[in-house]
Design a protein around this ligand. Structure first.
Ligand code: PLP
Length: 385
């Protein structure tokens, strides 16, 4: 089966007792055992250790990413946390993309560092910098590509080679492109990680996370941590995410087409200094985007002339676009990282990783591109700096 057929059918079989076409929400804490001798005959014992609705989603995600299996977590952050607990111990070292999701950075620098794990935040867009950061005790590489919010890309195949030589696991945070556009495992990664909150759900309805593993052995390590720390996804979240998966490619294709139209419009606007969208020929890593992904996605940023003041004026005057901190949903969202998500980060540190004052991040949704562009036109006209 090809991707679009798999996203509809993989992992889901009609309910054997009723014929229900959708996998039911198995809202049950425990599962009755027939006898001590046949314990786990039906595969389930207690919903922390496994739940049939969650299992259906895990099977679907494994098929979509071409992995051996998948483990679902309560949130994207609990997927990152679970992965680190599964592959890192006190005395170990990990290399993380220097531009990564803020929560990942916080987990490493404020939580896991207390347990004797060392982290290097390296420029994963430059494989030589990654190679230079490798130590004898490096056990894990986490590459986020495209990176949030700068859209910087990293070469998954090149970093996978470095990780393999170091005998370390390579995790790719594949949240921005999903397997619909970026097959992280096929490119060489050992694990593909997702905040399912974003494109898999797609409707601003849940928070969830997943890790798809190349081998059964890697998946078992994740599942052991999931059960030990009690971080399994809930059956309702799994059910909603299962429905979201079925339209993933349709949403991504349309949202990406909208994003391309918006990027081309912004690129020509005289109040816009620069636009970063991997689909534009002017994007510095456009060739890498074409090489390792089959689509450019629906995330971008642009810089307005006039810095923070202009950015705020734009936000204050925007209609249709929602000022909110999620991404990947059918609703178009706009954020100004310097006054919102990254307000607590010092200016020097922000600028070092490319989060400049006038940066406006867009998560392009499913509305009509013309309406989205008209709303931007009005808000840009309102900038008086
Ligand atoms: C949102 C996000 C996360 C964290 O996911 P949550 O579901 O919010 O916990 C991790 N990585 C990336 C790239 C994200 O965008």
């Amino acid at each position: 089966m090809r991707f679009r057929s798999k996203q509809v059918h993989a992992g889901v079989t009609p309910d054997p007792t009723t014929g229900a076409i959708l996998t039911p929400i198995y809202q049950s804490t425990t599962f009755v055992q027939e006898s001590v001798d046949t314990y786990l005959a039906k595969g389930y014992s207690y919903s922390r250790s496994g739940n049939p609705t969650v299992r259906a989603l895990e099977k679907k995600l494994a098929v979509l990413e071409g992995g051996a299996d998948a483990t679902c977590f309560t949130t994207g952050m609990s997927a990152v946390h679970g992965t680190m607990l599964a592959f890192l111990s006190a005395g170990d070292h990990a290399i993380i993309s220097d531009v990564a999701y803020g929560g990942t950075y916080r987990l490493c620098t404020k939580v896991l560092n207390r347990f004797g794990i060392d982290f290097t935040f390296a420029d994963t867009a430059d494989p030589a910098a990654v190679k230079a950061a490798v130590r004898k005790n490096t056990k894990l590489f986490l590459t986020e590509t495209p990176a949030n919010p700068t859209m910087k890309l990293s070469d998954i195949a090149a970093i996978s080679e470095i990780a393999q030589a170091a005998k370390a696991v390579h995790v790719v945070d594949n949240t921005f492109l999903t397997p619909c556009y970026q097959q992280a495992l096929e490119l060489g990664a050992d694990l593909s990680l997702h905040s399912t909150t974003k494109y898999f759900d797609g409707h601003n309805a849940t928070v969830g996370g997943a890790v798809i593993a190349k081998t059964k052995e890697l998946d078992e390590k994740l599942r052991f941590i999931q059960n030990s720390t009690g971080s399994i996804m809930s059956p309702q979240v799994a059910w909603l995410t299962l429905q979201g998966c079925k339209t993933l490619s349709v949403r991504m294709d349309q949202q990406s087409a909208n994003a391309m139209a918006i990027a081309r419009y912004l690129e020509k606007h005289d109040k816009v200094k620069q636009v970063a969208y991997p689909g534009l020929e002017s994007f510095s890593q456009h060739e890498l985007a074409k090489k390792q992904a089959s689509g450019f996605g629906a995330m971008m940023w642009f810089e307005v002339k006039g810095g923070v003041k202009a950015g705020k004026q734009l936000m204050d005057n925007i209609e249709l676009w929602t000022l909110a901190e999620n991404l990947g949903s059918v609703e178009s969202l706009i954020t100004h990282p310097v006054t919102m998500t990254h307000a607590a980060v010092e200016k020097k540190e922000r600028e070092r990783v490319g989060i400049i004052d006038g940066l406006v991040r867009l998560s392009v949704g499913l509305e009509d591109a013309e309406d989205l562009i008209e709303a931007l036109e009005k808000a840009l006209a309102a900038i008086k700096v």
